[in-house]
Ligand binder design. Sequence first.
Ligand code: MN
Length: 329
Amino acid sequence: MLNLDSKQIANFEDALLTARKILLLTHKNPDGDALGSLLALFQVLTKAGRDVTAGCLDPAPAILKFLPTSEKIVNDFDAAEFDLVIVLDCGDIHQTGFDKSKPELFDGSRKLVKIDHHPVASDFGDVQIVNPEFCATCSILTKLFEILEIPITPDVATCLLCGISTDTGSFRHSNTRPETLRFAAKLLRQGANNFAIAKNIYRSTPLPALKLWGSVLTSLRQTDEGVTLAVAQRKDFEKAGARDEDLAGVVDYVNAVPNAKFSILLSERGGLVKASLRTLDDATDVAAIARQFGGGGHVKAAGFAVPGKLEKETRWRVVPPEKNDSMGE
Ligand SMILES: [Mn+2]
């Protein structure tokens, strides 16, 4: 049975009660769990009559625009107005992307709450509702709303189910537990639109994305160590007419080669080489590999970024002639 710290929940309730103006933040390049948790809490607090703003450095990607109230997300605001900041789905505050542009949000001058399911990267927040055993921040919120007896609307249920669905790879990752499916069942009962999630996220790939995936899959190779490697160079994006977000999804195909130790997808992103690591191997921890390069993530899905670009290296070797080969003199 998954649990949350009751002392932290009491502190969270206190923080909500005393707050005047609340800012919710999630990580830049938001995924289904980031936006699902941001918007679910935004809707619950709005419905409770609270003055609340949902902030994210980047807008919702096309496949997540269907999430109710996604159009309410802002990427700029007056930090001085807020006396409570709730950071969702971020292991570290730098993932919000606001730590440099609005450092006053995190300097201790206002109350800070962290709600997250990543292994603890940094110990921030006056209140921390954190448990890495949960598959998603959305599953933590589902549990939290259950404990606090907060009524769930169908729109909130859709947002929460979206995060649980995407962070479990549509209930395929090993983080899918009995409790995960209980949450999903409960959210469906509360009116979550699972078909909208399936249609918009899993059955929707724009043509430029498919073309980019084609070049990524063509680049596939497996090293002698059993690592599956694929690349997406800037020119591949350009040729396909694809944007950065179009790369998401192909990593699951890259990681589908049987018996691979792990897979790595390298992509060029504005002066950086981004690495997405995945594994289906029980014995491999890709988060540990990512940490060696200053990144992080989960045991089965992690990533890092290093400055630079990708350059193809071709290796040649001389193969000695076989005995009966003619030397062709
Ligand atoms: Mn998450």
